[in-house]
Design a protein around this ligand. Structure first.
Ligand SMILES: [Fe+2]
Length: 304
């Protein structure tokens, strides 16, 4: 927790997650900012605001593969629109105090396009999408990521093919994903997952509208936005061309690899926690059986 947030949190009795301050507040304040700051210290009503995060590169730096015009429209209008709508929808609700990922999961409504899930998920998805690319991206991953791609898809080329097919085949608006799946849910039908024996592997999925793999407890590694606004200015209706250029020229495999390591560490931690709980349950059962045996044998001796 940031020091300023911690002090403010203690002074006002609210959690730090409900305070989203601009980084500018940590610079020397202007007179207006000082006045705002005084209002905060007196614990005036707090309005948590999710921010519109900029892509982590200049808006024209993905050219010639994604034009500045596309990024400006997509980020500056569509992404911004979801941030503004989300902030308006959650104002005064319990969701206001949550982190964005928690709002997505808490408000999931099985794919039905209702608020506030749609805007929360679209804000999360767009931030994730911008961070999935970099100028001079593409090429091939290495290390553990490449090892799992070859294990789970047969080859890197096969994975690319399946990813492009998913992006092209998603009917209407939505997203295509590469994700790490550490549970036993099969989301072939994305809205109503079924049990599967396959877990701890990489999977490709496509989702309608704003749905993302967080809602199935998968760990997303890579996302492509296949809403028409993401590609129409550059490719008109040729979504397959856009998907090819995205995966071959724009993807930051460094960030995908980093996400995989985080996902695997999280899965290992959960497995270890589950194992510990099972051991505790086994000890409890053994102890209760021992007591029953003792009681039974005692009764037997009395009856004799
Ligand atoms: Fe979008």
């Amino acid at each position: 927790m940031h020091g300023v947030s911690l002090l403010f949190s203690l002074a006002c009795g609210v959690s730090s997650s409900s305070i989203r301050t601009s980084p500018r507040l940590f610079l020397w304040p202007t007179p207006n900012e000082r006045r705002r700051s005084h209002r905060k210290v007196r614990c005036a009503p707090i309005t948590a605001q999710f921010e519109l995060k900029r892509p982590p590169y200049p808006l024209d730096s993905l050219e010639p593969h994604m034009s500045r015009e596309t990024v400006e429209h997509h980020w500056g209008r569509h992404h911004r629109g979801h941030v503004d709508a989300l902030n308006a929808q959650i104002a005064g609700t319990q969701l206001q105090a949550m982190e964005l990922e928690d709002v997505v999961i808490a408000s999931y409504n099985k794919g039905s396009p209702q608020s506030p899930f749609v805007h929360a998920a679209q804000v999360w998805n767009h931030e994730f999408f911008w961070q999935s690319m970099k100028p001079g991206g593409g090429g091939k991953p290495s290390g553990k990521l490449m090892e799992l791609i070859e294990r789970d898809f047969g080859s890197f080329e096969r994975m690319l093919k399946e990813f492009k097919e998913a992006a092209s085949a998603q009917f209407g608006s939505g997203w295509a994903w590469l994700a790490y799946k550490a549970n036993r849910l099969d989301v072939g039908n994305a809205v109503t997952p079924c049990p599967s024996e396959k877990d701890n592997k990489l999977v490709i999925a496509k989702t309608p509208n704003a749905v993302n793999p967080l809602v199935w407890d998968y760990s997303p590694l890579l996302a492509i936005d296949v809403w028409e606004h993401a590609y129409y200015l550059d490719h008109e209706n040729r979504r397959a061309d856009y998907a090819s250029i995205f995966i071959e020229k724009l993807v930051s495999w460094d960030i995908v690899s980093s996400r995989l390591h985080t996902a695997m560490a999280r899965a290992a931690e959960r497995a270890s926690e589950d194992g510990r709980r099972r051991q505790e349950d086994d000890v409890e059962i053994t102890n209760s059986e021992a007591v029953e045996m003792y009681v039974d044998s005692d009764n037997d001796s009395e009856s004799e």
